[in-house]
Write a protein that binds this ligand. Structure first.
Ligand SMILES: CC(C)(COP(=O)(O)OP(=O)(O)OC[C@H]1O[C@@H](n2cnc3c(N)ncnc32)[C@H](O)[C@@H]1OP(=O)(O)O)[C@@H](O)C(=O)NCCC(=O)NCCS
Length: 238
């Protein structure tokens, strides 16, 4: 894993998961044989399509940063599934949901990002028992009813960003990460594995990448500037 660099900053790229046939062909041409095999293993065409668009776009964004061809970006995957750019002085994290992709790239440690459409808030009541810690459920119970579904979803994206930053994703119980639930206050990690001191070492920021979506980015370390941008396939390097 990369450590923090001399110029810590997190770039957040939003991008569309919709591509015309010419663009799709271009994106697919950048995938490695192993990535194409992975794409072909998806049962549903929609999942295959999403993987090709998001992985190809990730390659293009990182390729511009490294000033190399998208197809030459050396991407590996940790045993738990987190993508990493081999020998790069930065980390990355990817999330995709409901037609939108969100990629975080930055010289920080344990970078993680998660994105959900607000429509998912209605599912949270059924998931609270397995997704939220007792402390988070207590915080929720103190909120007015009307604020609870959005607060629960926002808590979810914060904790998933942290779990993705740690590289475990949902291989560990999401209740081991506890966050501040009240949307009227800034996002914050309260406990990780029961430890408040470890949580205090983390930064978590709630994001609104597009109308209709909520997201969070997290990393282990102090606050650094976040630069949020929309990725344009035909655009120039930043
Ligand atoms: C990571 C995880 C939380 C993502 O859940 P999700 O909300 O459905 O999906 P998101 O769109 O937010 O994130 C998916 C992306 O997270 C990344 N990811 C996958 N596993 C990850 C992990 N352990 N840590 C960090 N990031 C991970 C990948 O980039 C993935 O996109 P890709 O498959 O197109 O490369 C969930 O897939 C998970 O926990 N998986 C467990 C890891 C796993 O099953 N590993 C199997 C061995 S490879």
């Amino acid at each position: 894993m990369s450590g923090p660099g001399r110029d810590p900053r997190v770039d957040l790229w939003t991008f569309s998961l919709t591509a015309g046939s010419a663009r799709l062909q271009e994106l697919e041409s950048w995938l490695t044989p192993a990535e194409r095999q992975r794409a072909d293993r998806y049962h549903f065409d929609s999942d295959r399509y999403r993987f090709v668009v998001s992985r190809g776009t990730l390659r293009q964004i990182v390729g511009r940063r490294l000033e190399t061809q998208p197809g030459r970006v050396p991407i590996a995957t940790t045993p738990q599934g987190k993508p990493v750019v081999v020998d790069a002085p930065f980390e990355l994290s990817l999330s995709h949901s409901a037609g939108l992709g969100l990629l975080a790239v930055g010289k920080v440690e344990h970078l993680g990002v998660d994105l959900e459409p607000w429509t998912r808030a209605q599912d949270m009541a059924a998931l609270e028992a397995i997704a939220l810690s007792p402390g988070e459920r207590h915080q929720l119970s103190e909120l007015p009813d009307a604020l609870r579904p959005a607060a629960a979803l926002s808590a979810w994206v914060q904790k998933e960003a942290c779990l993705k930053g740690r590289g475990t994703g949902l291989l560990v119980d999401p209740r081991t990460v506890e966050v501040r639930v009240d949307l009227r206050q800034p996002g914050r990690l309260i406990r990780i594995d029961g430890c408040g001191r470890e949580a205090d070492r983390w930064t978590v920021q709630r994001l609104a990448p597009r109308p209709g979506y909520t997201a969070a980015v997290a990393w282990r370390g102090p606050t650094v500037p976040i630069l949020a941008r929309t990725f344009q396939p035909g655009g120039c390097s930043p």
